[in-house]
Design a protein around this ligand. Structure first.
Ligand code: ZN
Length: 368
């Protein structure tokens, strides 16, 4: 108005948990692609001029827009449409990121270059994934916080596989998380206590038990629902999309998430969530095998898995990779339950190599 005051009026069409505003001198950049909603970047150029020259990018806004668009596209295919007409990325002068419906705050650091660019990619993808985990569906209570932070972290790790065309960066991080989770297995409180894990624990436990173990839980579910013969994870994607459809703009609890999963598995999955969300056990598997060639040319394989560091009734489906050489491979699932599991397998030939828990399918330590 005449006093130089500009008044803006915002109307929220869907209920939101929290809102934010960000005031500054921004350069805007819009990225449009026919398969995704527009991505708009609000960037503070001056802030970057303060960064050391070595980490300054030539076109940070285009770089961030392109990266965000790729993860947005991946997540839409995996989990269904973005819950907003467009996605705005606003730079903030802090170190963190935070998601709101259709808007993400991203740290100024992510507009610069990093020694480990994959960490930067993971950070941005995690915040984009919150448009589904946290915005589309929100945790019912503090005990369900892993459904937001853990599933966002899992989604980001999943996206990294697609972005890089291999799983090296993803597996590297999962192994790092596993070592940290195992390191706290007798000390930290369970994931299902949400942010309360820091009470009587370490400050780091929130990161380890909610973000990192939560990501592992999503990762294990994806493996459980993957057809290893074809590599097809279509059932897993259908499950995630169904979660988004049924609980859109509504709170979801761990038990409700479990109930949707059970529709796809066709069996009770309470044991899975009791062990991994409400429990703190992380198994160690000691793997041994022997076998003999049969007269008909087949091979009889006996495997034995000794399980430690978990309660006696702990169970999990653990894949075993059988390599027959010349590129012929087969993955079978073994139900590993209790202190010792033995199983006999009749194979068409003698395998040249056996790998228990390939691709880090289960949060576990394997020793042979
Ligand atoms: Zn987060």
């Amino acid at each position: 108005d005449a006093d130089g005051i500009e008044t803006t009026h915002w109307v929220q069409s869907e209920p939101v948990e929290y809102a934010s505003f960000n005031i500054g001198v921004f350069k805007t950049f819009e990225f449009a692609h026919e398969y995704i909603p527009p991505v708009r970047i609000y960037m503070n150029q001056q802030a970057h001029q303060g960064l050391p020259l070595a980490v300054q990018r030539r076109d940070p806004e285009a770089f961030v827009a392109s990266d965000v668009s790729k993860s947005l596209s991946f997540f839409q295919t995996a989990m269904g449409p973005l819950p907003a007409q467009e996605l705005s990325i606003a730079e903030i002068p802090y170190l963190h990121g935070q998601a709101f419906p259709g808007m993400i705050h991203l740290s100024f650091l992510t507009f610069g270059m990093s020694e480990e660019e994959a960490t930067n990619e993971l950070f941005r993808a995690h915040e984009v994934a919150h448009q589904w985990w946290g915005v589309t569906v929100r945790p019912a209570g503090y005990r369900d916080q892993w459904l937001s932070e853990g599933m966002a972290e899992f989604s980001a790790l999943w996206y990294m596989e697609a972005l890089h065309g291999d799983n090296e960066e993803t597996l590297k991080r999962l192994r790092r998380y596993r070592d940290r989770i195992r390191g706290r297995r007798d000390k930290a409180l369970p994931t299902g206590l949400g942010p309360r894990v820091v009470v009587g624990g370490d400050d780091e436990d929130h990161q380890i038990m909610i973000y990192e173990k939560g990501a592992w839980i999503g990762w294990m579910l994806r493996h459980l629902l993957t057809d290893y013969d074809t590599g097809d994870d279509r059932v897993f994607r259908a499950f995630l999309q169904d979660v988004m459809r049924r609980y859109r703009n509504r709170p979801i609890s761990t038990r409700q998430f479990q109930a949707v999963l059970e529709d796809y598995v066709g069996a009770d999955m309470g044991w899975f969530f009791d062990q991994w969300v409400q429990g703190t056990g992380v198994p160690e598997y000691r793997f041994a095998h022997r076998g003999e060639a049969l007269e008909d040319g087949r091979y009889k394989l006996e495997v034995r898995i000794r399980q430690r560091d978990v309660p006696d009734d702990f169970q999990m489906f653990v894949p075993l990779l059988l390599d027959f050489g010349e590129g012929r491979m087969k993955i079978v699932r073994l139900l590993v339950a209790g202190p010792e599991t033995t199983q006999e397998l009749l194979l068409p030939a003698e395998p040249t190599e056996l790998t228990l828990n390939p691709l880090e399918a289960v949060l576990a330590e394997v020793r042979t």
